[in-house]
Design a protein around this ligand. Sequence first.
Ligand code: GLA
Length: 414
Amino acid sequence: MNNNFYHQGAKTPRTAKFKGFPNQDFLGALVSWWLNRFLLLAFCFFIGGCGSSGLNHNLAPTPPMGWNSWNKFACAISDPLIRQIADAMVTTGMKDAGYEYVTLDDCWQLPVRQNGHLVPNPETFPNGIKPLADYLHSKGLKLGIYSDRGRLTCENKAGSYDHETTDAQDFAAWGVDYVKYDNCNPAFLSNEIEDFRRMRECLNNCGRPMVFSICCWGFEDWMPTIGDLWRTTGDIKDNWARMVELVDANQQYASYSSPSHWNDPDMLEIGNGGMTDVEYRSQFNLWAIMAAPLIAGNDLRNMSQATMETLTNKEVIAVDQDPLGQQGTQVESSGQGLLVYAKNLSDPHVKSVVLFNRTNNGSPITVHWKTIGLADGQAKVRDLWMHKDLGEFKDEYKVYVPSHGSTMLKIVRN
Ligand code: GLA
């Protein structure tokens, strides 16, 4: 199943979705938007300044890597499927390449709580979540789970509003390592920042470290004080236009990226069929140069050679995972869509670069040393897809890039 038709048109970034609009909750959201502004100031004061996280978490020193069920399977998830995905993550080399979280997105749970607790769907997860977590842990993987700050999730399953402590404790008891927390169906007069902060605190206090992934469909400056990563955009779709749109949106927030604080332009679509292999490779290069979380969203049990090679390119992954944690940005642009992105790395003598051709025609693209923060002169160039040192070049390097394609390089100047 493909999720491209889920929620389509129902969601505007930064506007919580409500079922049965217009309703009381919508009016409440308007009031709480203003309250948000006030409470953010109060919160910043309380934690002693927004410059620090104030929440003392350091669970994602590099961008999280893993797999999430939503893009490919939407609500068609089950215990056996997730186990097969975990097996495939190991046998395909994805785990060796650094992917570790396997995340159940929406629909693992029933629409109604029982005795105050979220309940895994007994038809699809008959043994509950703990055995699944144990299975993942036995393979050296980690479990992610999904919930929502409202009373209902985006798919109308039970959300965590007003039950944050219970849910955080249950997640901890089950062995969850990562929580993606969504923004649908907020409760009447609830406050966005408060809702996310409450869950963060409950997670902090339940005795098990859990990464907190804020899914609020757009950036606001409170997010780095509460989340380890936060969505800067609405949902990705498995097509070129949407993928490129998310790159542009995510770029604006580059300065907020640092170890344990990651801009999240949504998950990878690589291997889902809506883009060409060339375009998928561009998604991978762009996500890596932006230090984005690398969360695969395809069927790992059934990958083409090209998909596998893209997702497991260790040289590109190393750029994404560089400990400096800086998000690369666009530094050169010419010919209306011939773009150069550059990212600083922990080694100051090395820059990573993506040459990206957004146009409909193949074209040479040139990167100049000066625009990526290196002095003119001789520098070594390595191609991270050919896995080859290309030699030394003076002041610049030019290479042909196919339409919608990209290449990733390292430029080394000692
Ligand atoms: C929202 C999120 C998606 C996914 C779905 C699940 O749309 O942005 O990533 O989690 O909800 O319903």
